[in-house]
Ligand binder design. Structure first.
Ligand code: PHE
Length: 499
């Protein structure tokens, strides 16, 4: 008995096979995974991307990507984390004795990539705090953005204004809260996601109900759903669909591996819940965004959204276009607060997962108390955020680099899981997707991305915006597909919440 206890202690010290932390419930795990997947990209990236890449027709490559790459890979990551009880570096390393070292390096590259994202993701979440505060005090305006991001440079020049102070305070608040949650371990993440995810859905639905009743909203939604099938002959549309699914499901960041390591009971079908929940959220966010853009067309007295000449994706959509539209609504501050709080929660739950992926990897290899690791990472992350605060232009460059390297790391990860992971469920679907289709498609995307970076294939990036025809039967059909998808998600979630 004594020997056993001592052995146990030694194993604990080396972290061999012992995972002290775990999720309280399976539902908690699913909500945390969904919290990671549902991020800023669901709200500000997907809707505009779908619109620019064939409108409703974009759903065809999107769903193909979801079933060919998204679901198999998320399932592979869940399974890998669950069976090895390790985070990405050690989980991947355990797949092959022969390739142990390169696999471990791959695992670390993956989680370091995640931590680089953390450095600027917190800055962006800081913006949502800044905007929430501004909305709360009735000061929301579309002219806030540039002054806000530029005010950071004042830290270097000494030209510190009240905007600078609020900007830095918002950013500091994000890190303080993150630290507060993460030192409480995965149960802290679980608790936050259990509150935030239902709240995020509730706010999204509330915004939806309000915005579809605005004048012109249907015109916007119709342009979002109207398919332009000709777009499907454009390879960049397909590449964008795969890229979106990959990024949106937080794949190849070691996140789903790390989260699954804390699972007590396995949940294979959980990957469907997360995948369908995530895409339901972004499809619905598309309605919210395009209802607002439609409202703007009616105010501007134009028909097409493309005539508006406002950004309809990214930071521009959230921090310039939305404030512009919200300003013109009754009770604008309520909807301002709701929208920016929604962005804040979506961002924060993704942020927690990014840090956890790195922290739990370090914990396994360094034999240092997890709280101390979190403290050090918080300090590093907090300080590195100022690089972007004082010079905002760096953010886009780092982001572009991460998105590029992500595909390459994803490709290697898909190969490792597909070929070396013997415990994967062996069925035709998993074999064909993970061994052949996912690596092949990721390889093609990587080659095209590289060629474009080197200045080739420039004309591949042409936009395929759907032109509005008369009230469109196709749009109705696409609406139906989206509804069916959401019902499937709700049903699966309900079944999972019972065990
Ligand atoms: N999945 C998140 C989104 O769609 C982004 C994200 C990527 C979060 C990677 C964590 C890790 O916005």
């Amino acid at each position: 008995m004594v020997v056993k206890e001592i052995l146990e202690k030694v194993r604990n010290k080396n972290n061999e096979g012992v995972v002290a932390e775990s999720w309280k419930t399976k539902l908690g795990f699913l909500l945390a995974a969904m919290g990671s997947a549902i991020g800023l990209g669901n709200i500000w990236r997907f809707p505009g991307l779908a619109y620019e890449n064939g409108g409703g027709a974009f759903l065809i490559p999107y769903f193909i990507a979801l079933f060919v790459v998204g679901i198999p890979l998320i399932l592979g990551e869940f399974y890998l984390g669950y069976t090895t009880k390790k985070a990405a570096p050690n989980a991947l390393a355990s797949l092959s004795q022969r390739f142990r070292t390169p696999l471990k390096v791959l695992g670390y590259l993956i989680v370091i990539n995640a931590f680089v994202i953390v450095s600027y993701y917190t800055v962006v979440i800081g913006w949502t705090v800044f905007y929430s505060v501004m909305s709360l005090f009735g000061r929301l305006s579309s002219d806030l953005f540039m002054p806000m991001v530029k005010s950071g440079a004042g830290l270097l020049t000494g030209d510190i204004t009240s905007t600078t102070v609020l900007y830095v305070l918002s950013f500091t608040f994000v890190w303080a809260l993150t630290y507060y949650i993460l030192v409480r371990g995965v149960k802290g993440i679980e608790r936050v996601c259990k509150i935030f995810i239902p709240l995020m859905w509730a706010i999204l639905l509330l915004l939806l109900i309000r915005f579809v009743t605005l004048e012109g909203s249907m015109n916007g939604i119709l342009q979002y759903l109207t398919p332009n099938f000709a777009a499907l002959t454009n390879p960049s549309v397909w590449i964008n669909a795969f890229g979106q699914v990959f990024f949106s499901l937080s794949l190849a960041f070691g996140i789903m591996i790390a989260y699954a390591k804390y699972l007590k009971k396995q949940t294979i079908s959980g990957s469907y819940v997360v995948a369908l929940g995530n895409s339901s959220f972004e499809l619905l966010a598309g309605f919210v965004v395009f209802a607002v853009l439609g409202f703007m067309t009616s105010i501007a007295g134009v028909t097409l959204i493309s005539e508006l000449e406002v950004p309809y994706s990214g930071a521009g959509l959230s921090f310039v276009t939305f404030p512009l539209a919200i300003q013109q609504m009754p009770f604008s501050y309520v909807f301002g607060v709701l929208f920016f709080v929604l962005l804040f929660m979506a961002g924060l739950t993704s942020l927690l997962s990014l840090i956890e992926a790195f922290a739990s990897s370090l914990k396994e290899d360094l034999n240092i108390d997890k709280k101390r690791i979190i403290t050090v990472l918080t300090l590093i992350g907090f300080i590195s955020g100022f690089v972007y605060i004082v010079n905002i232009q760096i953010l886009d460059k780092v982001d572009a680099f991460i998105n590029y390297s992500l595909v390459f790391l994803g490709l290697l990860e898909a190969l490792a899981i597909g070929y070396l992971f013997t415990k994967l469920p062996k069925n035709l679907y998993m074999t064909v997707t993970l061994k052949v289709l996912a690596p092949l498609l990721l390889f093609i995307i990587f080659v095209v991305n590289t060629a474009q970076k080197l200045g080739y294939l420039k004309d591949l990036g042409g936009k395929a915006v759907p032109q509005l025809t008369e009230l469109n039967l196709w749009a109705g059909l696409i609406f139906l597909i989206i509804v069916v998808e959401m019902i499937a998600f709700a049903y699966l979630l309900y079944r999972h919440s019972k065990d």
